[in-house]
Design a protein around this ligand. Structure first.
Ligand code: ZN
Length: 812
């Protein structure tokens, strides 16, 4: 333990011994002096010029489409009007959700970033107009939150429901936006609004006064940014104060009940005692990001120990192969260890962005490439999936499997994800490079150039690459003056047989080709330090680095504890995780098995999905026989596309984890009487087909295999009918009921009966010799005197207060 403390202490030593570290305030050229900060410094996005086949279109789309589109949605949905009403420019009630202000701030932050790279007068004027409205909407004491400002100010309501109303979350985003706006425009008007508000917060929440931590973290990150730009330590102290109140009872709320918010808000114990990632995943990752910032700025080792432990918990047991986090939709958050379901995966887009923010800070703190490995995985997969290619359709959850129920949406009532994308995409270039003293880091591979101002030099690097499709990266190096320093080039974990920095996923077979590195055409023997190839030499203008990362197609296998991925395989090539989607595979993908010996190849398709590499191979279609066995039926070519590019061609089946053994596939159903029937129902909620797909649920409450239910009908009489073109002799019907008591509103029915169609075409009850049971978690079989019929009807009477549903039906 003592050794660990010592090791941790060394993280900040470089900073402490080199004295004060300075942050250049872009706008005024004035330097704000901070006592310490991250060991490694990021190179801000605006220093990085991107000219890249993959990223330039994304950045352009965000600037030309997503940001204006998101602002127009804010206009349309009343988010801007709320500010206008609060500024007394118009009258009316508050529109939308109480924390909608945050969306406007996030898009403003993105717009400011975008302006820095592409100055556009109209966008600048629009931002200035919003700042003027916000200035008018701000109360004299600095308070700014439209929900309590319209139709008139409600001072008695302030800070009365910090757990759920999110005043602090909203203004945290305001601080981030205001800092960005100031750095880009040199205009202090928005920053002044933020500082006045932060001053109010500092006066309201302090020892001896109110001690409530925010219900939703974010303000901690914003306060650290305010501190960095102003140098005023009270903002930093306030961030730490909020972090330290978590998990501690105190003076919370006017009612003084002092209750903790619990695990959902990471408020179950003090942050320094937390060891597992729990609760709402966006809240959690913003918390860990804020802890990293405060730790770096204050040298708090206890925070570092806590987030190191929590990071390991996530990477060991709670990270999707796409880099997404948050397994469960119910609380939008982390599940138990290894609980990583695919179809119901939550993987909120905001959580992916938060995971990137957090891992970037972990890298800056520890200068270890494993954090960039995680960041890159999230970036190219889970995060990019959140936004459509055209930039105006969004995913909130990003599942890893679909049967057609998922599609990107133009907007959401709770629009946290679209607005987060709008600010995140322009910041992507900022993750590419970093420096420490005179040494520079190349973290991501994006064509373009950068000039890095190191301690004693200016180093221009120019990257040329076709990443992520090709692994060759050429970097030309032009230091202003020739000097000896190190260039650390990240060798991705996936190029060293380690898809993630844990045993949660592994490549099925180790790759034998190794990454190679040449300087001025001469090959270097590659040894890595913390995941970086360190090239420490005297650099001069005209020097070149040539890296080649072999990109074979890799099969990924999950840890055996991940039940959802057992006997399944994921496909990865370079940083890209692939998926099988219906349009490329004749409509179905869940019935396919990719055997371990199936040959795979890649093909670049310039005309598909804005140009993607696809993986093509042989799969087997599996089928269920009449006696229930699952057997290969025929071979078929499959095509896999990058996961981020799915859901652009309509709804249908998709999977990131196709089966590698027949048992894990969803076989084509056996040719049974039930399957062959023409099936209709009085009402369909979820899926009619689910009752004859021959996929049995684990229990009546299992909704993963889908069901037919009659919700929201309650107390009604419903029916399901099965018809054939000819007569069959039938003597039994088995029904497996759907019942989600405790979670939903379906219970087993009050009663049911089976009818058959007689020769005159009338439905008559069968003559049953066993009772009509309504037991859960099993088939309820009714046998009857055999009938010859071309139609069977099941009549179901629902309980008065409840709906009902059916998982599976077997007619024999
Ligand atoms: Zn979100």
């Amino acid at each position: 333990m003592a050794h660990q403390k010592q090791m941790l202490a060394s993280i900040f030593i470089a900073v402490v011994t080199s004295g004060l570290c300075t942050v250049l305030c872009l706008a005024e050229g004035k330097k704000v002096e901070l006592r310490r900060d991250y060991n490694v410094k990021p190179v801000p996005f605006n220093k990085v010029r991107v000219e890249d086949n993959f990223w330039t279109p994304r950045l352009d789309t965000n600037r030309k489409v997503t940001i204006p589109y998101a602002f127009s949605k804010c206009e349309e949905t009343g988010r801007i009007r709320n500010f206008e009403k609060a500024a007394c420019l118009m009258e009316g009630k508050h529109e939308g959700i109480h924390f909608d202000d945050s969306d406007v701030y996030k898009i403003m932050e993105g717009a400011a970033y975008s302006l820095q790279v592409h100055p556009e007068t109209m966008m600048r004027l629009y931002l200035d107009k919003l700042v003027t409205i916000m200035d008018a909407a701000q109360w004299d004491d600095g308070y700014l939150f439209t929900f309590y400002s319209v139709p008139e100010k409600q001072p008695e309501k302030l800070w009365t429901n910090i757990q759920w109303i999110h005043e602090q979350y909203c203004v945290g985003h305001m601080y981030e936006a205001a800092v960005a706006h100031y750095q880009v425009t040199a205009d202090k008007s928005f920053l002044n609004i933020a500082m006045e508000n932060a001053d109010l917060i500092c006066n309201t929440f302090s020892p001896g006064k109110r001690t409530d931590p925010p219900g939703h973290q974010e303000i901690e990150i914003g306060l650290c940014k305010l501190y960095r730009v102003t140098g005023d330590e009270k903002y930093l102290d306030q961030a730490k104060f909020f972090l330290d109140q978590r998990g501690r009872k105190g003076n919370r709320g006017p009612k003084g009940n002092g209750g903790l918010y619990g695990e959902y808000s990471q408020d179950h114990k003090p942050v320094t005692e937390q060891t597992r990632a729990v609760g709402h995943s966006v809240r959690a990752a913003y918390l860990y990001t804020g802890m990293a910032d405060v730790a770096a700025l204050m040298g708090d080792m206890e925070y570092v120990e806590a987030i190191d432990t929590i990071w390991k918990d996530v990477v060991d047991t709670k990270l999707y192969i796409t880099g997404g986090i948050g397994a469960a939709g119910g609380h939008e958050g982390f599940g138990s260890p290894y609980e990583l379901p695919n179809m119901t995966a939550y993987c909120e887009t905001c959580a992916s962005i938060a995971n990137i923010l957090w891992n970037h800070r972990m890298f800056l703190m520890h200068n270890d490439a494993k954090y960039i490995d995680v960041l890159e995985r999230v970036l190219y997969n889970a995060a990019l999936s959140g936004i459509s290619m055209k930039g105006d359709r969004f995913f909130y959850p990003n599942p890893l499997q679909s049967i057609g129920q998922h599609a990107r949406s133009p907007w959401f009532g709770c629009a946290c994800c679209p607005s987060n994308v709008a600010r995140f995409i322009p910041s992507v270039p900022g993750y590419t490079y970093a420096y420490k003293n005179n040494d520079v880091y190349v973290n991501l591979f994006i064509s373009g150039d950068v000039t890095i101002e190191t301690q004693n030099n200016k180093v221009k690097l120019t990257q040329k690459t076709q990443y992520p499709w090709k692994g060759t990266v050429n970097i030309s190096v032009e230091p202003e003056k020739s000097d000896t320093f190190a260039i650390y080039v990240r060798i991705p974990g996936w190029a060293q047989n380690q898809p993630v920095p844990s045993d949660l996923y592994k490549f099925h077979q180790a790759g034998h080709e190794e990454a190679t590195l040449k300087v001025n055409g001469k090959r270097l023997s590659l040894s890595t330090q913390n995941g970086f190839a360190c090239i420490d030499r005297k650099w001069q203008k005209g020097d070149t680095i040539e890296m080649d990362l072999p990109m074979p197609i890799r099969r990924v296998i999950a840890h055996p504890n991940v039940k959802a991925d057992r006997d399944k395989v994921a496909i990865q090539r370079g940083p890209i995780v692939f998926c099988l989607e219906w349009p490329d595979n004749d409509g179905k993908v869940l019935n396919l098995v990719i055997r371990d010996d199936a040959k795979l190849r890649t093909e670049y398709r310039p005309d598909l999905l804005n140009g993607v590499m696809v993986v093509i191979g042989e799969a087997q279609v599996v089928k269920r026989t009449n006696n229930g066995d699952i057997v290969p039926d025929r071979d078929k070519q499959f095509i896999a596309i990058p996961y981020y590019a799915w859901a652009h061609r309509g709804r249908g089946e998709m999977t990131v984890w196709p089966a590698r053994r027949p048992e894990a596939a969803q076989p084509e159903p056996a040719d049974t009487l039930t399957y062959r029937s023409k099936t209709t129902a009085s009402f369909v909620h979820v899926s009619l087909n689910a009752i004859k797909d021959q996929i049995l649920p684990d229990s009546s409450s299992d909704s993963s295999a889908l069901q037919l239910d009659f919700w929201p009908h309650k107390g009604t009489t419903e029916w399901i009918q099965f018809e054939w073109g000819q007569e069959h002799e039938i003597s039994s019907v088995k029904v497996y009921w759907f019942d989600d008591t405790g979670r939903g509103q379906c219970h087993v029915p009050k009663s049911w009966k089976v009818l058959y169609r007689d020769a005159e075409g009338n439905f008559k009850p069968v003559n049953n010799d066993s009772p009509y049971l309504t037991e859960k978690d099993t088939f309820n079989k009714v046998s009857f005197k055999p009938v010859k019929t071309d139609g069977v009807k099941i009549e179901i009477i629902l309980q008065d207060e409840w709906s009902a549903g059916v998982q599976e039906v077997i007619i024999e």
